[in-house]
Design a protein around this ligand. Structure first.
Ligand SMILES: Cc1cc2nc3c(=O)[nH]c(=O)nc-3n(C[C@H](O)[C@H](O)[C@H](O)COP(=O)(O)OP(=O)(O)OC[C@H]3O[C@@H](n4cnc5c(N)ncnc54)[C@H](O)[C@@H]3O)c2cc1C
Length: 594
């Protein structure tokens, strides 16, 4: 059922989740599935057959496909009805985005338009700006792009050097500088460009392509997503009317950063969508390809891959719709033209900055894993452009780079958690102290035997939460604000947190499948058991890295013994369970859950 309440961002780090606040993929309504089927048909019939031509940058082709998508309503799914949009819940949108990912170039182009190309003006624009641009962005009459990065400011995006100076008559800002890597740059009509007023005040501007002084560089030659347009935007005294300042002067970080959160979520969604496709393509191939007198699908090492690919997807899918359901709650009921609507949108997209950062790196790394193994299953044929895995492999790689690199997103997890704690929005220090008090006072308890499997996995979730909290708390105690300088430690804690969020999401979904009496429950149980066993071992490893880096001598020995008490690695026959999942994949020739 669609949740009506949602937790505060980062709550999973310190407290048990509420099942009634969890949306699962199985609970999405029939109308969302119907629309997703339309999107899939559109992709398979109208977009994928043209992939070679879009990759060759045939003049006008990608733009015409985006306009065709507009006719299906795909440009307006996040736009309120008042501005001619469909205003779909984020969770329904995620289902559509999964299907869009079947063609990565198209999906990146469309996604850049509908998210970072449209949301800044929608959420931060004045009513006049919205009225002028949003309906045209929704209909595809205008294509949007977002220009934040520069040659010398990528990860450090707010260090942009592009300058804006007020013209002597006070009617225009004159923009000077070059923006790098603009997706849709070659054919967009409206650019959201970030520049510093008088070299100081970081500000967003709505810049039309035909304004004097705006020009577009040549297409970059890329490793993947070759069908998408990526260009520099050159601003040479570009004349931007003063009424096209977006938001407040000096407050450009708001549209810059808050649109990114939704973008990070979307990368996880796209990773899920294409991973399912790669499973489908590879399982069909493995059943047909015969070596040593039998289909390669029958070999244990191939089955290991199918089992792992599918269970990683199951967990990722559980995360996607859990966060999607929370966004539905947070965005629901905001009236676009109300006083303070921009602040409400900002608050809604910012709330889950920790979870969105996790989605970004976890989802893109699942995709990389799946396409890599998909290619491997195809052997030498996978390495040729005649089979789809070569392109999928190249296309997947960008996801670890844009919308904040995976390194930056790992750092974001703890940075955001600490910021929230300092503002009193997340009781992280209190939870860490309480855990430590419990450890010091209680004698070690052994895990109960013969538990119900769902309760047992719930115990693993709790153990990982405790280990993560302990590692984070001890690190902060040892290093204070200097912790941020030990990035390897911060990243290891982020991986522990991501493992916690992932396992907990799979476990919550498992419970819902059981309650619904789903025939897929047993298979899901196998997936979550394998994931839980493997991830517990990894969490122990990351915990050791963290605790060895922040303590030495007796303190280190005590830390290690506490880690061992907190985290018992589950003993699971992962070989047999993975083979069960592989068998379901190969029977269905597809991702076996939905
Ligand atoms: C195909 C494509 C499309 C893009 N589309 C857009 C777009 O539409 N609009 C837009 O504005 N931008 C876009 N970008 C830019 C993209 O967002 C940046 O490439 C990305 O943010 C990384 O910046 P950078 O390339 O300057 O790398 P750098 O920031 O130089 O990073 C290089 C390496 O250093 C690491 N690093 C950097 N800082 C730190 C740190 N503090 N701690 C640890 N490691 C660090 C990074 O993780 C990375 O591994 C696009 C890029 C590509 C390739």
């Amino acid at each position: 059922m669609q949740p009506t309440t949602a937790p505060i961002g980062g709550a999973f780090l310190i407290e048990d989740a509420k099942i009634e606040e969890t949306l699962t993929a199985e609970e999405l309504p029939a109308e969302a599935r119907l629309m997703a089927k339309t999107v899939e048909d559109f992709l398979r019939k109208e977009v994928l057959p043209l992939a070679a031509r879009t990759e060759a940058h045939e003049e006008g082709l990608m733009k015409s496909l985006i306009k065709k998508a507009a006719a299906l309503g795909l440009l307006s799914t996040s736009i309120p009805e008042k501005y001619d949009g469909l205003d779909l819940p984020k969770s329904h949108n995620a289902l559509l985005a999964e299907k869009l990912s079947l063609d990565a170039s198209f999906s990146v182009s469309l996604g850049a338009h509908t998210s970072i190309g449209t949301l800044p003006v929608l959420y931060f624009g004045t009513p006049d700006q919205r009225q002028k641009y949003v309906p045209k962005l929704a209909s595809g009459e205008l294509i949007g792009a977002f220009c934040l990065s520069e040659a010398n400011s990528g990860s450090d995006a707010l260090a942009a050097q592009t300058k804006a100076t007020l013209s002597p008559d006070g009617k225009h800002y004159l923009l000077n500088g070059t923006k790098m890597w603009t997706t849709n740059g070659g054919f967009a009509d409206l650019y959201t460009i970030f520049a510093k007023v008088d070299g100081e005040h970081f500000t967003a501007f709505l810049v039309e392509r035909n304004y004097p002084g705006v020009s577009v560089g040549k297409e970059e030659h890329k490793l993947g997503i070759k069908g998408s347009s990526t260009c520099r935007i050159i601003l040479d005294n570009a004349e931007v009317p003063v009424e096209n300042v977006l938001g407040e002067i000096g407050k450009g970080h708001r549209p810059a950063l808050y649109s990114l959160n939704i973008g990070r979520f979307s990368i996880g969604v796209g990773g899920l969508g294409y991973s399912k496709e790669a499973i489908k393509i590879s399982s069909k191939y493995a059943k047909q390809r015969v070596q040593f007198g039998k289909p390669i699908a029958e070999f244990g090492l191939m089955q290991h891959k199918f089992g792992e690919m599918a269970l990683q997807c199951f967990v990722l899918e559980s995360m996607v719709y859990r966060i999607g359901g929370w966004f539905d709650v947070r965005f629901g009921g905001i009236e676009i033209d109300d006083e303070g609507a921009a602040d409400k949108y900002r608050a809604a997209s910012e709330e889950y900055s920790i979870e969105c950062a996790i989605m970004k790196f976890f989802g893109s790394e699942v995709l990389d894993y799946v396409v890599d193994e998909g290619l491997q299953i195809h052997g030498g044929f996978g390495y040729t452009e005649e089979f789809p895995m070569a392109r999928a492999y190249r296309d997947a790689r960008i996801n670890r780079i844009f919308e904040g690199t995976n390194e930056i997103n790992r750092l974001t997890v703890l940075d955001q958690a600490f910021r929230r704690a300092l503002k009193g929005r997340l009781a992280l220090p209190q939870a860490a102290t309480k855990l430590k008090d419990t450890i010091l006072s209680a004698s070690p308890s052994l895990p109960e035997l013969n538990l119900d499997p769902i309760d047992e996995i719930g115990g693993w979730v709790q153990q990982i939460r405790n280990a993560t909290l302990y590692a984070a708390g001890q690190s902060y105690e040892a290093l204070g604000q200097n912790l941020i300088e030990k990035q390897e430690v911060v990243a290891a804690i982020a991986d522990m947190a991501a493992s916690l969020f992932a396992l907990e999401s799979g476990w919550l979904r498992l419970q819902k499948l059981k309650i619904a009496g789903s025939s897929k429950f047993e298979l899901a149980l196998s997936a979550v058991q394998v994931f839980g066993a493997d991830v517990s071992a990894k969490v122990e490893q990351w915990g050791r890295v963290v605790l060895c880096a922040i303590s030495e001598g007796d303190a280190r020995r005590v830390n290690m013994s506490i880690l061992r008490r907190l985290l018992k690695i589950p003993l699971v026959d992962t070989v047999t369970l993975r083979r069960q999942i592989a068998s379901a994949v190969l029977d269905a020739e597809a991702y076996p859950w939905l």
